[in-house]
Design a protein around this ligand. Structure first.
Ligand code: FAD
Length: 427
């Protein structure tokens, strides 16, 4: 009816689930439909490369619904309509109609407001043989289940790419007793997201757990062999494995928006361009989560983030704008990764730093943190098994506060000293 606007969310992941919850908490009078191309309800993605892979009982957590972001009753109780295993394949912005495809005949679905929450897509490096059925990627629960199904018979795996997902998969599969080789084209692991110091720590960590980590190593071809694969390297070497997992990064899933004539961000980020309220240039269309490109108030440049925190915070921002109580998006990015018994927590973004100050010794078995500065200003902190450093960073970075670097490096100075030093420097 005209009184109750119809909002359609495209994509049923982290951002969509949070949007439903945040909208429900307002007195916005509309009704919501979530259209997702995966089967089932929105679920937590981070465990797919972590506990879900090294858990003893494949599928058990899933069957128990343990990883659902919200239980089914949440959607039912709040009258949130769901279309599962249905993809939106086109947006007609003039008619405010979507084309839905789910196996049968295409359907049309009208909207008053549209929220794009389509996430990101794997990058698939153009390696001959990459489409072999024993080559896996890891973004969805179904893809994680396919990897788990290999584990019963497999004794070895090659992981292509030493980013977060590649390294988490390597750790999970080592815990399951597989022989693991990791191939990384760059000369260090996590090269795009952290400093040389932290990269060196994670390389040592994996080698210490028996991973054959090869840096500066690109796969040039993946050949079929009886019961397995042979991965060929640029230097002429070849590695045999039962299967391969590719973790070569992700790109914005923005083709639907691009085809509908919405503005897409510049490379390398791409993503649907939104303002501080998640609005596109079309007043009826918003975008949230991995798929969107937004100006960071903290770093003064446009970016596209891939994190649960970002998806949740942008969903809250969009809900506030939709409900007529707009509050611009101003949060500090944060992220985490679990590998073996190491928890890495990242506050802020270290891109562009010109100085890295270590607090503690970056050695396996120790806790430490790496503090990144640019022009004397604190940008970000990587905390390794050091939740206190992470907590302090969260109190400083959003306010543009920087402690004295000499105090940062001095582990006898506690969190209170660091905060007092930073406040003193700013006043
Ligand atoms: P998603 O959760 O990806 O949801 C998008 C959904 O939209 C998907 O289900 C997709 O299939 C669907 N979709 C896309 N196009 C259409 C269409 N046209 N029609 C219908 N449906 C469509 N982040 C962290 O902060 N910490 C971590 O430790 C961490 N670990 C991760 C581990 C793995 C294995 C992966 C894959 C990601 C991890 N992330 C982590 C990233 C985090 O999961 C994402 O940033 C987050 O899921 C983004 O939420 P989203 O809603 O934007 O996208």
């Amino acid at each position: 009816t005209a009184a109750a606007p119809h909002l359609v969310v495209v994509g049923a992941g982290h951002a969509a689930a949070q949007l439903c919850a945040s909208l429900h908490a307002t007195d916005w009078p509309g009704r919501v439909t979530v259209v997702g191309d995966e089967p089932g309800l929105p679920y937590h993605r981070p465990p797919l490369s972590k506990g879900r892979l090294d858990a003893g009982e494949p599928g058990a957590a899933e069957a128990a619904g343990a990883d659902l972001i919200r239980p089914e009753a949440f959607y039912d109780d709040h009258n949130i309509a769901r279309r599962e295993s249905v993809a939106v394949v086109a947006i007609d912005r003039a008619a405010k109609e979507l084309t839905l495809r789910g196996g049968g005949e295409d359907e049309r679905l009208g909207y008053d407001l549209l929220v794009l929450a389509t996430g990101s897509l794997h990058r698939r490096p153009p390696i001959p043989g990459i489409d072999h059925e024993r080559v896996h990627t890891l973004r969805t629960a179904a893809e994680a289940a396919a990897v788990r199904d290999r584990l019963g018979q497999a004794s070895s795996v090659v992981v292509i790419g030493a980013g977060f997902i590649g390294l988490e998969v390597a750790a999970s599969l080592r815990k399951r007793g597989l022989g693991v080789t990791v191939l990384e084209m760059a000369d260090r692991v996590l090269a795009r997201v952290t400093s040389e110091e932290v990269s060196a720590f994670f390389a040592d960590l994996h080698r210490g757990h028996g991973v054959d980590l090869r840096l500066g190593a690109g796969a040039t071809a993946i050949d079929d062999r009886l019961g397995g694969l042979r991965v060929r390297l640029g230097d002429g070497d070849a590695i045999d494995a039962d299967f391969v997992v590719v973790g070569a990064g992700a790109a914005a899933n923005d083709a639907l928006a691009r085809d509908a004539g919405l503005e897409i961000g510049e490379r390398p980020f791409g993503g649907v361009v939104v303002d501080a309220h998640q609005r596109t240039a079309d007043p009826a269309v918003f975008a949230i989560g991995d798929c969107c490109n937004q100006l960071s108030h903290l770093y003064g440049r446009r970016m596209r983030l891939e994190s649960v925190q970002n998806a949740n915070d942008q969903a809250k921002t969009a809900a506030a704008a939709i409900a007529g109580t707009p509050r611009p998006h101003v949060s500090m990015p944060w992220f985490w990764s679990d590998q073996y018994d190491v928890k890495l927590q990242i506050a802020g973004l270290s891109t562009g730093h010109d100085r890295c100050v270590l607090r503690g010794e970056p050695a396996v078995g120790q806790s430490f943190s790496a503090w990144y500065l640019q022009g004397g200003k604190l940008l970000a902190v990587d905390a390794v098994n050091d939740p206190r450093a992470y907590a302090v960073a969260g109190k400083l970075i959003p306010h543009g506060l920087t402690p004295d670097p000499a105090l940062i490096a001095d582990t006898s100075a506690g969190p209170k000293d660091l905060i007092a030093s930073a406040k003193g420097a700013s006043s």
